[in-house]
Design a protein. Sequence first.
Length: 140
Amino acid sequence: MIRKVELADKKQIELLGQELNADYAKLFDLTELLKYQYTRFYVWEESKQIVGFIHANVFFEDGDIINIVVAKNYRRKKIGTQLFNYLLANNPIKNLTLEVNINNQKAITFYQKQGLEVLTIRKNYYPDGDGYLMGRKYEK
Ligand SMILES: CC(C)(COP(=O)(O)OP(=O)(O)OC[C@H]1O[C@@H](n2cnc3c(N)ncnc32)[C@H](O)[C@@H]1OP(=O)(O)O)[C@@H](O)C(=O)NCCC(=O)NCCS
């Protein structure tokens, strides 16, 4: 089941976020994020356990995916795809963008599967290297 994140999910989100980045909890404070009107944060819950989430910023028709994570044991079951589609179905996004580490081939393939293309390279975007800016336009 997909639903909006709640403050009570903070601990579970921080644990899951560590599968993406060891510093996740330092970099992303859910209490702070939920103060901003542009924050979109949806979770995939199974038996009261959060096994995936997507976090994006949405300003009118512009959407930027900040993070998407699915727990290791739940990957390749289309949970990521459904979180991605839910973001698009519930927001008026026409221009979607995101940055991804050029070494994160799994994520690049996932985003390409969702129809996004590499638009440009962002040198030193990450502490450990370059990022791709990927994007896709939607008619709505
Ligand atoms: C990227 C991620 C969110 C994908 O979630 P997921 O639920 O496993 O993805 P889906 O099952 O919806 O995959 C859809 C398609 O994407 C592609 N894909 C997904 N994971 C892939 C992988 N490990 N290798 C190659 N292709 C992959 C495939 O084409 C897949 O379709 P298929 O399984 O029918 O071949 C997940 O791998 C993850 O959490 N990774 C770690 C965090 C991360 O790097 N996030 C992105 C940067 S913020």
